[in-house]
Design a protein around this ligand. Sequence first.
Ligand SMILES: Cc1cc2nc3c(=O)[nH]c(=O)nc-3n(C[C@H](O)[C@H](O)[C@H](O)COP(=O)(O)O)c2cc1C
Length: 395
Amino acid sequence: MGVVTDLAPARPTVDGVTAQPLAAPGLAIGPLRLEQPVVLAPMAGVTNAPFRRLCRRFGGGLYVSEMISARALCEGNDKTDGMAAFAPDESPRSLQLVGVDPAYVSRAVEILVGEGRVDHVDLNFGCPARKVTRAGGGGALPWKRRLYASIVAAAVRAAGPVPVTVKLRVGIDDERHTYLDAGRIAEAEGVAAVALHGRTVAQLYSGQADWSHIAALKEAVSSIPVLGNGDIWEASDALAMMEITGCDGVVIGRGCLGRPWLFGELAAALGGRPVPPPPTTAEVVPVMVEHAELLAAWFGPEKGIRELRKHTGWYLKGYPVGSPVRAALNQVRSLAELGDLLGGLPDVALPPGGLRLARGHTQGPQQVAVPAGWLDDPWDDALADASADTTASGG
Ligand SMILES: Cc1cc2nc3c(=O)[nH]c(=O)nc-3n(C[C@H](O)[C@H](O)[C@H](O)COP(=O)(O)O)c2cc1C
């Protein structure tokens, strides 16, 4: 495993280009019209209904679910059904599926669309987790061009009028890039947009996302939007990515962990309005409480507060509040205790550089686990072993 620095460097601009605000561009994904060209990245264990609602309150765009196993959904798994649920006020409802078998993926889409449960389906072809890639899924799948094409085609057919998008990584590793073929195939099969995280599966989250691949994908795919993903930590990074790569929109992952207001900052920046300075802890606290209340209302008080624990460190990342309160918040057991702990926080500002402190995953590189013989021929008719496919949704 490699070591990554805790501080993401400021993104250099290419050839001295300074990113300029774009004139309120919006984004069309098939029939969906988004006010902002901004997507909350699917994040297992994070982008549940409460977090999506909280982020949406700050900005416009698309807010995607955690990844949902197509097979588990077809098998009527209760836990998966819970993860695939949306709050009544969520619109459009965006769900990500992961699967290695065209039949399961197609059936899962039929269920979701037939029961009127979603307005958008994203297909996960980027997951680097061992449990997914060892069955040929996630980021390992686009290597098998024909299998990938058949899954995409099956999903698009089953979705009817509901738009389907794909989310890709650059490839398996630096010798095996897949994204250009995967983007062109997706376009040919009727996908409504394609998103690219500028890292390989082998990289995991190490190093910096290579945005030049986003620019190359934009060149290769001309009739549908291309969305860029990777290392957008502040609103100015989104403007820079769009300016440098020409991409049509941005996908925001770790940058919004503990910072759901980033979506408001993105809306401001994209609309040419000034971005406010980072909130002080006195402004962060009410958002944490709101998040806790949303989680408690969705999952019940016990699970809700347990779910909040992983977010507390992200909310306070970089603020000089001391480690005892961080440790206590990591163990917080009730909304009342949360209120007490937050009530004792000093009101402090975020020191310079705080926005670029890495949050969420930073691990990698890794040895990619794939099925035996998987890498032999990218164009063969291999089917993945559906019985080995993950039935675990979310994190
Ligand atoms: C905690 C966590 C969970 C993730 N889960 C998923 C997932 O379920 N599906 C997916 O396509 N990507 C997943 N990702 C990857 C993100 O969607 C995104 O591509 C990646 O974090 C790079 O973007 P960023 O630099 O903005 O974080 C996850 C990332 C994190 C940090």
